[in-house]
Design a protein. Structure first.
Length: 284
């Protein structure tokens, strides 16, 4: 027995004092193999940074992108670039694992050429956000924390679904991603999920794209009863051609912080709850 314990201790020390992490498949289907749990992590995506902090990985985070602004502690982390990755800064941080989003293939390949492991996080739906949190927890040795976070998220989702049952008639909802040109969220997006779980009908739910341009004519023709926007001003009410839209006539245009709507992390639950309040007419 003592011999077995000694062997285990020798292996533990040989691995730098860390436990084995194993293998995961990231969100674009790539197999990522780590021989030990990463103690030095770089995140190039704000949503991933929020997930890492939620999993109590503050001390392990050695670098983040310039856009990583939540929680407040993220602002104090060393910066390693934005859409222009600072490869020298990454080399200086010598991370065991780098998290990125999809669409950064050249940067990912460069980081891997430099000898660093990369995992890509790219969820489209709320279920995929939950799945991402699960495998991030697995590869970082935070299985318990990720399980607790997922359980909380599912509990909150069920609570919203229950409250949404109070809605007598499903309202038509338009979410404005951008205004010049108009853009919205179609099917297979977490924004679409938020609207539907909260008891609404996404007027762009029949689009062929996930994030797509949307014409003024389409908005008018679909006559949304609730409009959710990512800015705190009256620009929607100032659009003369929108004056006969139900949401505009009835004063049902609501601001929701876009970080709660389009960052695929734990705070998507707050966005869900705020959209529910908007649909129920409970926004203060």
């Amino acid at each position: 027995m003592k011999k077995l314990l000694l062997i285990a201790l020798v292996l533990f020390v040989a691995l730098g004092g860390t436990a084995q992490a194993g293998t995961i498949v990231d969100d674009i289907g790539r197999e990522v193999v780590l021989e030990f749990i990463p103690e030095r992590i770089v995140s190039l995506a704000p949503a991933v940074t929020e997930i890492l902090f939620a999993l109590d990985l503050d001390e392990e985070i050695v670098g983040v992108s310039n856009y990583c602004d939540y929680p407040e502690a993220a602002l104090e982390k060393p910066k390693v670039g934005d859409i222009n990755v600072d490869f020298e800064a990454i080399v200086e941080k010598d991370p065991h694992l780098v998290f990125m989003t999809a669409g950064m293939d050249e940067d990912r390949e460069k980081i891997e050429e430099l000898g660093f492991k990369v995992a890509v996080v790219d969820p489209s739906t709320i279920e995929e956000i939950i799945s991402s949190i699960q495998w991030i927890g697995e590869i970082t040795g935070r299985e318990r924390e990720s399980s607790e976070l997922i359980a909380w998220m599912r509990e909150e989702i069920e609570s919203v679904k229950k409250r949404a049952q109070e809605i007598e008639a499903t309202p038509r909802v338009y979410y404005e991603v951008w205004d010049d040109p108009l853009m919205t969220a179609g099917p297979n997006t977490f924004v679409h999920d938020i609207i539907e779980i909260a008891g609404g009908e996404n007027i762009a739910g029949n689009l062929q794209q996930e994030w797509a341009p949307y014409s003024v004519e389409d908005v008018i023709d679909n006559d949304p009863e609730v409009i959710i926007v990512p800015w705190q001003d009256d620009r929607v009410y100032e659009r003369a051609e929108w004056s006969d839209i139900s949401a505009v006539k009835n004063g049902r245009v609501y601001f929701v912080d876009p970080d709660l709507m389009v960052r695929p992390g734990p705070r998507i639950i707050q966005g869900l709850e705020l959209v529910l309040e908007a649909i129920l007419g409970e926004v203060k």
